[in-house]
Design a protein. Structure first.
Length: 385
C-alpha cells in the first residue's frame, strides 16, 4: 500500500465506507465537500466485507482499517493508533481534519491542522446499546474524552438542535457549534417499480437496532390485519442474520407472510422502493439514544425527497426534520401508530398532499447541495480564524 505525503485535508470516520447505512451516505457527501475544497486528501475509514485496504480516486486516497478486533473499545483504540500512523506523514501540510468521533479526533489533534468535529452521535450514549455490560466508570471516561475533543475542536458540526444541546453540555463552546442538518436529493420522476415489490405496501428503511422501533412497527402492522392487500417492506441496511429476532416476532404476530425483507440494497435502489410505497414509517423509540443525542434521520429525509408521506414518532429531533410535513404519533405505542397509518390509507389524497409538501420542503432548503453549502461556510469560518 502506498500513501502519498503532503495532503492538506483528511476525513476520519470509525464507520465502514461505503456501506448501505445512512452514515455512509453522509460521509460521501461531507467528505466530497472537504476534498473538493482542498483538491483531494486522505480518507481513513473502516474496512472489511471485501473492501480493499487502499484505493485512490483522483486526488483522494482511501485507507481502510481492516484488523479484526472483537471488543468494540479495543477496536476503537486500535483504530485510533492506526489513524495516528496514517496522519503522521502529513503533519507538515495538514490544514484541516474532519472527524466523526473521538477515536479519530485524538490522533487528529496531534497531527496538526485545524479540527472540525462532526457529532452525529456520542459514544458515551450509544455504547450501552452495543455493549450492555459496559461499566459506569468506562462510560464516564468516554464522556470525559468526548468533552476534551469537543472543547479543543476549532468547530463542532451537528445535524440537529437536540445534539447541539448535548455537545454544549459536554463543554463545546456554543459559538463554535454549527448546525448542518442532513439532507436528501429529490428522487427523479418515473422510477420503475421494483420487480419484487408487493402491490400495496408500507415501508421501513434503515438499520434494525432496538432504538429503531421496528418491533413497534410490526406490532402496529399486526393491528392492520383486516387490510389483507397491504404488505410491509423492511429495507434493512444490515445482513439477514441481524433480522432473525424481528422475523421471529413477525411469525409470532402472524404477519410473516405479509412482510418483505430486503437487505443491504444499493443506496440508489432504495429510492424506487420509497417512491412506490403508500407510506414510509419511522417508528423511533423514546430512548436516550433518540432523546439525548437525536441525529437527523436520513431515512426521513429520503422519504420526504421521494414524495412519500411519512408517519413517525413524535420526538424532538423528528419534529425538527418533519415538522408539519408528516404525521407524528406518540413513540412506543403500536395502537397509536396503527391508527395513524390507517387514517392516511383511508384518505390517500391527504397522504399524497403530505408527500408533495415534504418533497417541496426538501427541495427548497434541505438537499445535499444545501448541506454542503452549510458545511463550506463552517470551513470558511475555521480557515478565517
Amino acid at each position: 500500500m502506498f500513501v502519498s505525503e503532503g495532503h492538506r485535508a483528511a476525513y476520519v470516520a470509525f464507520d465502514r465506507f461505503p456501506s448501505a447505512k445512512g452514515s455512509a451516505v453522509h460521509i460521501r457527501h461531507m467528505a466530497a465537500e472537504l476534498f473538493d475544497r482542498y483538491g483531494g486528501g486522505l480518507l481513513c475509514v473502516l474496512g472489511g466485507g471485501g473492501l480493499p485496504a487502499y484505493q485512490r480516486e483522483g486526488g483522494v486516497e482511501i485507507v481502510r482499517f481492516g484488523a479484526v478486533v472483537p471488543n468494540l473499545l479495543d477496536r476503537a483504540e486500535a483504530f485510533s493508533a492506526w489513524v495516528a500512523d496514517r496522519l503522521a506523514p502529513h503533519r507538515d501540510t495538514l490544514r484541516l481534519c474532519h472527524v466523526r468521533d473521538p477515536w479519530g479526533a485524538l490522533p487528529a489533534l496531534s497531527a496538526g491542522g485545524r479540527l472540525v468535529y462532526e457529532a452525529n452521535g456520542l459514544p458515551s450514549i450509544e455504547l450501552p446499546y452495543a455493549w450492555p455490560l459496559a461499566a459506569p466508570s468506562t462510560l464516564a471516561k468516554i464522556r470525559d474524552l468526548e468533552g476534551e475533543c469537543l472543547r479543543r475542536a476549532a468547530a463542532v458540526v451537528v445535524p440537529s438542535q437536540v445534539i447541539e444541546a448535548a455537545v454544549t453540555s459536554r463543554g463545546a463552546a456554543p459559538e463554535r457549534v454549527h448546525l448542518v442538518p442532513n439532507g436528501a436529493d429529490p428522487v427523479r420522476p418515473g422510477l420503475p417499480r421494483p420487480p419484487a415489490a408487493p402491490g400495496r405496501y408500507l415501508i421501513y428503511v434503515g438499520a434494525l437496532q432496538p432504538w429503531q422501533g421496528v418491533d413497534v412497527l410490526l406490532r402496529a402492522f399486526a393491528r392492520l390485519a383486516d387490510l389483507t392487500d397491504l404488505s410491509l417492506v423492511v429495507c434493512s441496511s444490515v445482513s439477514p442474520s441481524r433480522a432473525r429476532p424481528l422475523r421471529r416476532l413477525a411469525e409470532r404476530l402472524g404477519v410473516e407472510d405479509r412482510v418483505t425483507w430486503q437487505h443491504t440494497l444499493p443506496h440508489d435502489e432504495v429510492a424506487a422502493w420509497l417512491t412506490h410505497a403508500e407510506l414510509s414509517v419511522a417508528p423511533l423509540t423514546a430512548s436516550p439514544r433518540n432523546l439525548d443525542q437525536g441525529c437527523s434521520p436520513i431515512k426521513v429525509w429520503e422519504s420526504m425527497a421521494a414524495g412519500t408521506a411519512v408517519v413517525a414518532s413524535d420526538l424532538p429531533v423528528i419534529r425538527e426534520v418533519l415538522g408539519e410535513h408528516g404525521r407524528l404519533v406518540p413513540p412506543d405505542r403500536p395502537a397509536e401508530l396503527a391508527r395513524a397509518i390507517r387514517v392516511l390509507l383511508e384518505y390517500p389524497e391527504a397522504a399524497r398532499d403530505l408527500g408533495r409538501r415534504a418533497r417541496q420542503h426538501v427541495e427548497e432548503g434541505f438537499t445535499w447541495k444545501h448541506a454542503r453549502a452549510r458545511l463550506a461556510a463552517v470551513y470558511d469560518r475555521v480557515e478565517g480564524h
